[in-house]
Ligand binder design. Sequence first.
Ligand SMILES: Cc1cc2nc3c(=O)[nH]c(=O)nc-3n(C[C@H](O)[C@H](O)[C@H](O)COP(=O)(O)O)c2cc1C
Length: 154
Amino acid sequence: MKVLILYSTIYGHNLEMGCFIRHHFFQKADWSSIAQFDSAMLADYDLLVICPSTYGEGYLQPQDENFAGFLKGHHFPHLNFLVIGAGDRNFGHASFANAANIFFYLLKHSGAHPLHAVIKYDFANLLTAEDGLEQLLTRNQLLGSINNEKSAAH
Ligand SMILES: Cc1cc2nc3c(=O)[nH]c(=O)nc-3n(C[C@H](O)[C@H](O)[C@H](O)COP(=O)(O)O)c2cc1C
């Protein structure tokens, strides 16, 4: 299974989450900031894990807009994805970690398959979110289901 981890960050929480996921689950994954990733390579992957940061009252970071625009115009029926983003609940429900909502929507509409509903956490609860993610991925065997699909297909 070819895995890509993308993140965007200013203060480091989404970077830390991306590192955590890579270290615990996908040590051979390719990884990059969203802004530096060559979008044309996305079709090469079986699983995209994306950790986007939210700024400016619920918006993406400006440098992530190109990748978001790319997703709008392309179809990825063979891609699985997981979106997990940090936010700050003080910005209110509608804005809270909204970059994660945006990427979830765009990926779903590109035909890609969510491994799970969008995961959003308050940046102050990063460690709890990491624990929760580990339990989720282990307990629900979400990753095993991709591997089984892949081996059944080949
Ligand atoms: C100027 C500014 C605007 C922000 N706007 C939002 C927002 O609209 N919604 C939200 O959930 N968090 C918002 N945040 C909080 C960040 O999303 C939060 O700090 C998160 O940890 C950022 O990710 P990072 O640590 O990877 O940079 C904002 C933070 C700053 C500094």
